[in-house]
Design a protein. Structure first.
Length: 240
């Protein structure tokens, strides 16, 4: 009897070790699907809390697993459940990324060629539900009105730019009605405010363009290949 029990114990240990070492064949897409379901669960959780007094709600800003942030309307009654679901979502995103690396997927770095505003502009109660509003929710008239003072600030910033060399200068994109421009800025200075203005301007411009579709025959620009300092003004050099 003792011998049989010993054999069973060894067999149980073998099964445990085999299970622990078993290769996880879950694909990155399968992990991504699970993450999306978790995100849907978060939306369902938020929808269960009635919104009658907006002062009881807050805008929750949380870091994404890869790039940027996400924003949610959160009531204190669901905060703990939300935190749990979001942590589970991030864990699934992490597993999706690790599986993707094994599959040979190359993930891009978190670099924004076109700055845009991702933050919500307002938190409201609508039909008994909490809702976040974004730039895209603005009307065409509202977007056109709001973009004017932002453009003035950007023009003033550019007019006051000076340089005495080309070190530490870089560029970002400013959208136009048709096409875009490359704007210079100095990496070593506090550029938070101008980047914020450019992000707001680009988001408003995208909203204007999307609501007034029309043919665009802008000349295709080259890409930045360097900077020049001409008459103490930074100039973006473009490829042919």
């Amino acid at each position: 009897m003792t011998k049989i029990l010993a054999q069973l114990s060894y067999f149980t240990l073998f099964i445990f070790l085999f299970s622990a070492c078993k290769k996880d064949d879950t694909t990155s897409q399968q992990w991504e699907d699970l993450a999306n379901k978790k995100r849907e669960a978060i939306a369902q959780l938020i929808a269960t809390e009635p919104c009658t007094d907006i002062s009881k709600w807050n805008i929750e800003k949380v870091a994404n697993y890869w790039c940027g942030h996400s924003y949610f309307p959160i009531h204190k009654n669901i905060k703990a459940k939300f935190d749990k679901l979001w942590n589970e979502y991030i864990d699934l995103q992490s597993k999706a990324e690790k599986a993707g690396v094994k599959e040979g997927i190359i993930y891009e770095l978190c670099e924004e060629n076109i700055l845009h505003q991702t933050e919500p502009t307002q938190l409201i109660c609508e039909n008994g539900k909490a809702k976040l509003l974004y730039i895209a929710d603005l009307s065409l008239e509202e977007s056109k009105a709001q973009i004017i003072p932002v453009k003035i600030k950007i023009d003033t910033y550019l007019a006051n730019l000076t340089c005495n060399g080309i070190d530490n200068w870089t560029t970002t994109i400013l959208l136009k009605d048709c096409g875009y421009d490359y704007l210079p800025y100095l990496r070593t200075t506090d550029v938070t405010e101008i980047k914020k203005d450019i992000a707001l301007y680009n988001s408003l411009m995208l909203n204007i363009i999307s609501q007034t579709p029309r043919p665009c025959h802008a000349i295709t620009k080259g890409y930045p290949i360097g900077m020049s300092c001409i008459d103490n003004k930074p100039v973006v050099e473009l490829s042919e």
